[in-house]
Design a protein around this ligand. Structure first.
Ligand code: FES
Ligand code: FES
Length: 376
């Protein structure tokens, strides 16, 4: 647990939180600022946008532990903010909302646009709003509302706390002065995945139609098993030291990690481990983690590979530390890996995914989109 002191909507908050506690969960569940909405929970939709130290930020991918000393403003904190008042009125006049789910994030981003950029043309407003998704209204009314408020305004310095209301407009109120809040680990829908110390670990079982001996013959040979992992390739292998690459294409995010790993094998127990770290030179994402695996018999001529993955992502990919999406991704990868492994065991040529532009992980974008579609 970590003690964090910050200001939320003008109130001092002392929070004793788990290292993995996310700001959006904390605001909603501990402080009852439920105007901070959660849509994708992956940093994509913008519904959870709040202001942290004068800048808009996605609270679903912000750790409370990183907010020490920060001034946080949620939609409830903008009651007396003059720009927000204008925007609320314009949204109403321009029919810029229907269900209102995206509206707190839209308004918070719109306020930032108006203050930071002033009177800008419509294409630029659209670009600035492109990180906020609306599933029902469409963007014509929203853009018109922002345009209306921005018209004639000059940019002003926005790297300062928002005008604060000490009285949030909705839901139970936090204590007005100093609030003691304790956030326990928040149960997730998928119990086999857990975040630890800002990272994530996950257990997965891969069924393969081959005997443990056949599987171990491949798993114990890294030059045979790495090509079974979508997007992965070995650069050098010397003893238990490995260098390699893995390429990931996740919607607009494309990274190519290069890194080093140590590998260990226990042939008697048919288990192994790999621990390493890598970095993407282009986008600046980083990853470190450990994989452990063990081959178990599963009836006649079939096996289960029990895998435990632990990792921590930084940079643009950090949003995928969230366990729900990761569970989906790992399941898809595990299925692809199992199919490739069976192909390797049977001698069938494997798909040329290792050197290609990460065909396997392109599937992941469909998972993200499916999650977005499930809002309604
Ligand atoms: S809920 Fe945070 S960006 Fe979608
Ligand atoms: S008004 Fe935007 S999601 Fe409904």
């Amino acid at each position: 647990m970590t003690m964090v002191m910050m200001t939320v909507n003008g109130n001092a908050v002392n929070a004793n939180v788990d290292a993995r506690t996310l700001l959006a969960d904390f605001l909603r569940q501990e402080l009852q600022f439920t105007g901070t909405h959660l849509g994708c929970e992956q940093g994509v939709c913008g519904a959870c946008t709040v202001v942290v130290d004068g800048k808009v930020q996605r609270s679903c991918i912000t750790f409370v532990a990183d907010c020490e000393g920060a001034q946080v403003t949620t939609i409830e904190g903008f009651d007396d903010d003059p720009t927000m008042s204008e925007l609320r009125e314009a949204f109403s006049e321009c029919h810029a909302l229907q269900c209102g789910f995206c509206t707190p994030g839209m308004l918070t981003t719109a306020r930032d646009i108006v203050l930071r950029l002033g009177d800008i043309p419509e294409p630029q407003i659209r670009e600035e709003l492109s990180g906020n998704l609306c599933r029902c209204t469409g963007y014509v009314g929203i853009v018109a509302a922002v345009r209306k408020v921005a018209a004639g305004k000059s940019p002003v310095a926005v790297n300062r706390p928002a005008t604060i209301s000490a009285q949030p407009f909705d839901g139970p109120r936090p204590a007005p002065a100093s609030t003691q809040a304790t956030s326990q680990a928040i149960p997730r829908a998928l119990p086999t995945a857990a975040s630890t110390g800002g990272g994530t670990s996950i257990d997965e079982q891969v069924k393969v139609a081959a005997s443990p001996e056949q599987i171990w013959a491949v798993l114990s040979d890294l030059r045979r098993v790495v090509p079974c992992v979508p997007g992965a390739e070995i650069t050098t292998l010397a003893g238990d030291d490995l260098t390699g690459k893995i390429r990931i294409a996740l919607g607009p995010i494309k990274v190519a990690f290069s890194g080093q790993a140590k590998v260990g094998m226990d042939a008697d127990n048919r288990e192994g481990w790999m621990s390493g770290r890598g970095r993407d030179a282009g986008q600046g994402s980083s990853a470190e983690g450990t994989a452990r695996w063990k081959v178990l018999a599963d009836g006649a001529n079939a096996s289960v590979i029990a895998v435990t993955l632990s990792w921590k992502l930084g940079g643009p990919l950090a949003q995928f530390n969230r366990s729900g999406l990761v569970q989906d991704i790992v399941r898809r990868l595990a299925a692809t890996f199992a199919a490739n492994l069976e192909a390797a065991i049977s001698g069938v040529p494997q798909p040329a995914q290792a050197g290609a532009a990460l065909g396997g992980l392109r599937l992941i974008w469909s998972i993200v989109k499916a999650r977005l579609m499930s809002w309604r």
